[in-house]
Design a protein around this ligand. Sequence first.
Ligand SMILES: Cc1cc2nc3c(=O)[nH]c(=O)nc-3n(C[C@H](O)[C@H](O)[C@H](O)COP(=O)(O)OP(=O)(O)OC[C@H]3O[C@@H](n4cnc5c(N)ncnc54)[C@H](O)[C@@H]3O)c2cc1C
Length: 511
Amino acid sequence: MNRDGACTSIWQTHNNEALISGRPQAGIVYDVIVVGAGITGVTTALLLQHAGKSCILVDAANAGFGTTGGTTAHLNTFYDTSYQMMIDNFGEESARLIAQGARSAIGLIKSNISTYNIECDFEEKDGYLFSLTEKQNEELDEIVSAASKLEVAIEFSTKNPFPIPHLKVARVPGQAQFHPLKYLTGLLLAFQEAGGTLVENCRVTGIKEGEVLEVQSSLGVIRARNSIYATHIPPGVNVLHFRNAPYRSYVLGVKLKDDEYPAALGYDMDDPYHYYRTQEIEGQRYLIAGGEDHKTGHEENTEESFRRLESYVRTYFRVEEISFRWSSQYYEPTDGLPYIGILPGHGSNVYVATGFSGNGMIYGTLAGLILSNLLVNGKSIYEKLLSPGRIKPMAGFSNFVKEGADVVKHLVKSVFPAEQLHELSALANGEAQVVKFEGNIMGLYKDDSGELHAVNSSCPHIKCSVGWNNAEKSWDCPCHGSRFSFDGKLLTAPAVTDLQKVDLTEPKTGN
Ligand SMILES: Cc1cc2nc3c(=O)[nH]c(=O)nc-3n(C[C@H](O)[C@H](O)[C@H](O)COP(=O)(O)OP(=O)(O)OC[C@H]3O[C@@H](n4cnc5c(N)ncnc54)[C@H](O)[C@@H]3O)c2cc1C
């Protein structure tokens, strides 16, 4: 499977050739179009198809192309937003509901695996949270005490299966892990078996609203009564882009010399935190270790983020080989809870699910339950709490637009002299830079063969200037997280079009 970056995740060795991508049927009005075939879209589409709704599931690239192909697939009963924060911000009953949501999501994953016989390396494990400082001790005390109020099992422990010096440890029973792309493929096969249509390489660019929606896509207009944006962040311009901040996180897949692979899921309490687990791929075990998160587009040297993570891992584990390394994106919601329901500013038949932090295996699955209930039964117990229309800005939610992020204009010229740009940028092969040339700002990338590629660095979403991500070889927007390949092809929403390519005249050669 392809993914939205140049690095290869540990999951991408999975072969999903059994999946057949179809075409939208002309003349059909589908009950539901689900846009985006990650865990959210696929879970939702399967539930709806089984509930008797005719569904078409489209993806701009391929199933698993987004963060579902770059996750680490820990299945947790606790979240990045602590239960104490949920109690403080939303009240104890709401926090209890979200705790129940995690149990329901893991329950649905287990029942899908058994109903559809999905071989996806699912294993139940304990999780361990460990503090490294006195301040983190206090936070851990708070986590354990809030969890006990909500009857979420978390207890202090004397052992930590992770070889990392720590002060206090809490054990969280009933966690799990799986291979996300094997699971996704299993759900998709069940969806197709139930009569659902999967269409890959079909980008949705807009919706003309009405009782029957006319969904504009790269394969023409698709007509449906309801639409669900399961695109991780909705495409186009929406208030939700100002209530979710895009972040990137870094992951290594590591072979160990001593075979001391941890048999549990683990998390330290740094900010950003490190996370661990073990995964076997084709008979070989790997330690998966992640962390070094930062706001998208706010670090130019993303190679450095990998180096820091590697150095951290080498400090505590006996590394034989770094076999995989990749990074991926997630969205941090303003008030700590996801947005699942009707897309603000749209009719009551356009839905969305976004703002999952690092918990989208759980929230994406829960979104499937919520959205299918809303569409089939007209209600959900989570409807009010997770409404995308809620207004609950939180103090302390830092402005996610990079300070001084440039809003740049369209290029005034369409063709530029390659020779001068080569000189101006002085790039080595594999390097990139945003340059200013005669009042125009553009992104230049010199590929490994020395060829220069130029793009207008103005993000087509709302015109912030993109920056280079040297590890994933992509242009990333610091404002709302749209990402583009080195030559401007759109990788991730909210933008719906490519970066404008800039034509370069070749230097005159010879006499
Ligand atoms: C490094 C990392 C580790 C993580 N680890 C965990 C973890 O251990 N546990 C956990 O619970 N969560 C984890 N998460 C979060 C979780 O992986 C994500 O929240 C989840 O995968 C999001 O799934 P999704 O289906 O909503 O979006 P995605 O998987 O991103 O899928 C969205 C799909 O929509 C498609 N799309 C976008 N725009 C369009 C369009 N206009 N038209 C058509 N298709 C479109 C894309 O191609 C993509 O395939 C992690 C995240 C990161 C970054």
